[in-house]
Design a protein around this ligand. Structure first.
Ligand SMILES: Cc1cc2nc3c(=O)[nH]c(=O)nc-3n(C[C@H](O)[C@H](O)[C@H](O)COP(=O)(O)OP(=O)(O)OC[C@H]3O[C@@H](n4cnc5c(N)ncnc54)[C@H](O)[C@@H]3O)c2cc1C
Length: 671
């Protein structure tokens, strides 16, 4: 691998020849990031921070910023912007900012600290992330992410985040998939929770200082775009039902990911796409919506009546060994009775360099193939066994039970409580499940969407992970965006503010508010026979079957037809109980499912158009002889940014070329 400094182009713009999605979309103008930096890659962010204008402290007090979301991305941004002296209004739909989905993150957060002296560096984290994302991410954004990663750890340690430490007191590290160094910082199996407490307390300090105003149990239901700029939101007080207008100089969406479009996922039950989708309908482009991450180590689905799946952290792959029986006839045996020579440690066999630590997309597909071959384990669900073993017997033998418990104890307890099996005694059973979305709202290098004044951070944007995110990189991105990137880019925009006051009588405000009220009234008036939940479940089945781990042209076309039928039925046969003027979860769910249905259709169109396999997007028509994802850089080295095409119009595709200077695109190999 050559070291490239970022001054010479290494690839050419792609030219798409295939057109699988013909008739489902129209082609728009090419898209260019208007603020993309150039020059040596290591200087780009440093220069940009210097070039971006400053806002003096007295002026900051005159500027209002709305931040939707209090997870790591939104909480960190609110704390930092508040501390800088801006007036921040912070929104979340939970009863406390601390319940944002980020709290669920288990395994860890990456940073290029090189504490282990095992060859890590900013450049290596950058390289691993672009490669891990199958060369579908922007290099400047990823380099910046790697660059600020080290600051995040310092910031969090200063806040008191209790990262795991080695015996000597130094911060400990472990490895995650797709890398050969140890750069993942962790706090047992509850890293997200500890990081969120850090961000939360920093934000609460600003609440006490009066720079951050907090709106819990408020759901953003519309974006206000007045005179070409994002100037506020319409939110519903979920307790009183009151519809409120909030205005500001800029709006930041840090509203998380939309993996729950699949119904069953490891996301929090409440995670949804509404904030992003409302912005999309107002003109914000949705980028690469089909890039979904299916995580290999989740507790398998156990039946039809489940509403949630549980992740077993990827960190377990540091010490756990994944296997299935060599012979299908052994699959219903007690695993402890299956002799060593009758086990197939298939990841170690197929990928000797990375073994059990191959990236998630590769580990997930390999598990699927084992089960498709009839070598899955665990109970039959339908006529299929969905599970492979994650076995700690070796690790317990090598390190001792106490050492394993110290590292993974809470995860083992969680597994035991859910399955009734003791993972210290018998191997865990795991199967892939939807976990994260790499797609999201399109943003430029400043994290600004194509709507002026609308910024998007964390999982809600598309920017850093290409077609596959490496483990422990979402927390890194959320905190990088919130603590270090956004505060340095939004000031270039706010330096022109405060902007002219938008009155509540402005036509754009009236339109946004009226549309929310009419939509709520519509949900309540349909009075059909099916719950929003039942539509969600059906949508999830369609998405998993046809837009899940493996996608085909035929399946995606079928899915689009099915989703369109589902949508028509939803708007004529939905039943929402209760009324709009108090707490009404059935009403909340209806709005979220309506948006998921539209998003699902766009995901399928995006997947249909992209006739290549890359990262988490596996088109069966595009694979190597040994079944690995086969990219077509000559056709698809671009970001697909979709513009809303109107109520009945097809979406409009804008392509942003992915051009590299510090990376040479290669076929990924982890063998
Ligand atoms: C089980 C699990 C474990 C994970 N473990 C790891 C890990 O170990 N390491 C790692 O790097 N990543 C991990 N991830 C991924 C990571 O947790 C997420 O990508 C990340 O936390 C997302 O942070 P966020 O701030 O972007 O969004 P979130 O934490 O999802 O926060 C979204 C916020 O937006 C608010 N919101 C959303 N919509 C609205 C609306 N319409 N109105 C008002 N408020 C709204 C919510 O209330 C919430 O405050 C894990 C994910 C899962 C599911």
């Amino acid at each position: 691998m050559a070291f490239l400094d970022g001054t010479t182009l290494t690839n050419k713009p792609s030219a798409q020849v295939s057109d699988d999605a013909h008739g489902y979309y129209t082609l728009g103008e090419p898209l260019v990031d208007p603020v993309a930096p150039t020059g040596p890659i290591k200087d780009r962010w440093i220069n940009r921070k210097f070039e971006n204008r400053l806002v003096n402290p007295a002026n900051r007090r005159k500027l209002d910023v709305i931040i939707v979301g209090t997870g790591l991305a939104g909480g960190a941004a609110a704390a930092t912007m508040g501390e800088a002296g801006y007036n921040v209004k912070s929104f979340c739909y939970q009863d406390s900012p601390r319940r944002a989905h980020s709290i669920a993150a288990q395994g860890g957060i990456n940073a290029a600290k090189n504490y282990k002296e095992d060859g890590d560096s900013i450049h290596r984290l950058f390289y691993d992330t672009v490669k891990g994302g199958d060369y579908r991410a922007r290099e400047s954004n990823v380099y910046r992410l790697a660059e600020v990663s080290a600051n995040i750890i310092d910031q969090c340690v200063a806040q008191g985040v209790p990262f795991a430490r080695e015996y000597g007191g130094l911060l400990d590290n472990r490895s995650f998939g797709g890398v050969q160094v140890s750069r993942t910082f962790y706090a047992r199996g509850q890293t997200g929770q500890q990081l969120l407490i850090g961000a939360y307390q920093a934000m609460e300090r600003q609440v006490a200082e009066g720079t951050v105003e907090q709106f819990t149990r408020h759901e953003m239901l519309e974006l206000i775009v007045a005179d070409g700029r994002a100037r506020g939101i319409i939110a519903r007080d979920m307790v009183t039902g009151e519809v409120e207008t909030h205005l500001a100089d800029a709006v930041v969406l840090a509203s998380g990911g939309y993996g729950n479009v699949f119904f069953l996922s490891t996301n929090a039950m409440g995670s949804n796409v509404t904030a992003a989708w409302r912005a999309h309908r107002k003109g914000a482009y949705m980028a690469n919506p089909c890039y979904t991450q299916i995580h290999p180590t989740c507790i398998p689905v156990s039946g039809e009546h489940q509403s949630k799946l549980t992740l077993m952290s990827e960190s377990l792959r540091n010490d756990g060994r994944i296997w299935v029986p060599k012979r299908a006839e052994d699959c219903d045996k007690d695993p402890r009775q299956i002799a060593e020579e009758d086990r197939d440690y298939y990841l170690e066999r197929i990928y000797p360099s990375f073994g059990n630590l191959v990236p998630r997309d590769i580990a997930s597909r390999a598990a699927k193939y084992m089960c498709d071959e009839g070598r899955g384990v665990g109970p039959l669900v339908g006529d299929f066994r969905r599970g492979v073993y994650l076995d700690f017997a070796d690790a317990i033998g090598r390190l001792g039970r106490d050492a394993v418990a110290a590292k993974y104890g809470n995860l083992f307890d969680m597994y035991a409580r859910i399955t009734g099996e003791d993972p210290y005694e018998t191997p865990m059973r795991i199967y892939p499940a939807v976990h994260y979305v790499m797609g999201g709202l399109w943003v430029d290098y400043h994290l600004q969407s194509n709507i002026t004044g609308l910024f998007v951070t964390g999982e809600a944007n598309f920017s850093d992970h290409g077609a596959n995110r490496l483990g422990a990189s979402a927390l890194m991105q959320g905190l990088a965006d919130g603590y270090f990137v956004l505060p340095n880019t939004i000031r270039e925009y706010l330096a022109d503010g405060p902007f002219e006051t938008v009155p509540e009588t402005h036509p754009a405000v009236v339109e946004a508010r009226t549309s929310v009220e009419e939509r709520i009234a519509k949900f309540l008036s349909i009075n059909g026979t099916r719950s929003a939940d039942s539509y969600h479940k059906e949508l999830g089945h369609i998405m998993w079957e046809y837009c899940g781990m493996e996608r085909t042209e035929e399946g995606l076309r079928k899915a689009i037809d099915m989703i369109r039928e589902l949508k028509a039925d939803f708007w004529t046969n939905l039943k929402v109980l209760g009324s709009a003027d108090n707490l009404n979860q059935s009403l909340e769910k209806a709005g979220r499912v309506a948006d998921f249905i539209e998003l699902g259709e766009l995901m399928c169109i995006d997947a249909l158009n992209r006739r290549e396999s890359c990262g988490g997007h596996f088109r069966a028509e595009s694979q190597t002889e040994d079944g690995e994802a086969l990219r077509h850089d000559e056709e698809f080295a671009y970001v697909a940014a979709w513009e809303f095409g109107g109520e009945d119009g097809p979406p409009v595709l804008h392509k942003e070329d992915l051009l590299y200077t510090a990376i040479e695109m290669k076929q990924r190999s982890y063998k």
